[in-house]
Design a protein around this ligand. Sequence first.
Ligand code: ZN
Length: 474
Amino acid sequence: MKTAAAYIRVSDERQDEYSPDSQLKLINDFAKKNGYYVPEEYVFYDDGISAKTAKKRPEFNRMIALAKEKNNPFEAILVWKFSRFARNQEESIVYKNILRKKGVQVISISEPIIDSPFGELIERIIEWMDEYYLINLSTEVKRGMLEKASRGEAMCAPAIGYDLVDKKYIPNAQAIYVQQIFNDYLNGIPMRQIAIKYTAAGLTTRKGNPLESRTIQYMLYNPLYIGKIRWSTGDKTFAKTRKFDDPSILTVDGEHEPIIDLDTWNAVQEKLKKQKQLYGRYQRAGQPYEWMLKGLLRCGNCGATLVKSNELYVQCHQYVKGRDCKVSHSISIKKVDEIIIEALQDCIKNCSFNIEPIEKKSTVSVDYAAMIKKEEIKLERAKEAYLAGIDTVEEYKANKAVISKAIADIEKQRTQTVSEQIDIAAYSKKVEEVLKVVTNPEESTEAKNQALRSILTKVVFNKPSKTFSLFFYY
Ligand SMILES: [Zn+2]
């Protein structure tokens, strides 16, 4: 039996409808017949003081909130008529969509969808229509927001340094930190250091997370701080794309008090631009220098992967983000490449590989004996068929040849597998092949990376002790 909620609403505009009690009775009858159970606590009732928005339907909102919960308590919402559920097309579509995503069906007990292939088709068409309306609706919403933005009204949750009071941004106690952050950046303090400094001072992102370099970058680019409202006419937010010079950006004068003066702002923008140009030059120089140990090199302190911190250096990912790791593992790509090549040469020379016992992909052991046995039975049958006069001698010979070859193949496979398990010399050869690829200037960095990945699970770099540990796999 499935649990369902019942939603009841009466409208005072209509004379011909059932009372709340009658609606509930009809719903309960339907539930009983169709395998639903409606607990008392999931009967939601709003009286119909012809409210125009969902805000005036407290029980409806409570029901939707419950349905949106992770373990939503009911699988369906039963209503007497769809018009009780929603008061207009848009409302119906929006809420049905929310519910559908949660696996909750809205069922009208008096307007059942016809139970036939056509019924299904009709349902599908209704869904398409719903989607069409939703797209239209979101365009409307976007237009409304653009209009708001162009009037300089607050658009979204406030940035660090502001509170949102009565739809207006008001500078708060953290505004002084924002000013300090802009100054720190101008004084040449790296974004990472700034992030750590102000996290220590108690500043967090809106979600309460520690600041990261990207948070600082985002702040430095945010024109909200000079009293402007920024809005993108595109689909994606800046927080995602970071394309601050996107042509779809709309900046207008806001109505709020600036935190940063124009001189400071311009100086910061100038500096950001220079840094970007510096980075851009590397990009123009040709293919980006992807490095051959990408994804294989780990931080000896926290175990995180090392990533490129700029064009020439790699660094612990957690350290770059200014988060958990406090031990810098910065090293130049050129240097680490040389060290690993040397290390591989040493391993070959000494015939010593730190092979990690890792589980092989096919752990299913093949029962060769059983496979051979099967073939032998086939051979036996073929012989019987010949002796009983069913097969001719030619047929028997042909059968025998096929089966004998199958047995020989299985035997061959069996011996190969056995010898593979302990051949260090062969493994050494394999590493040599990899080394050939890695040291060949003609090979692409990607090919080198692939080659290394065919023998190594990881390389752990411990900067304080200046050691590298290579982990091979078989
Ligand atoms: Zn680390």
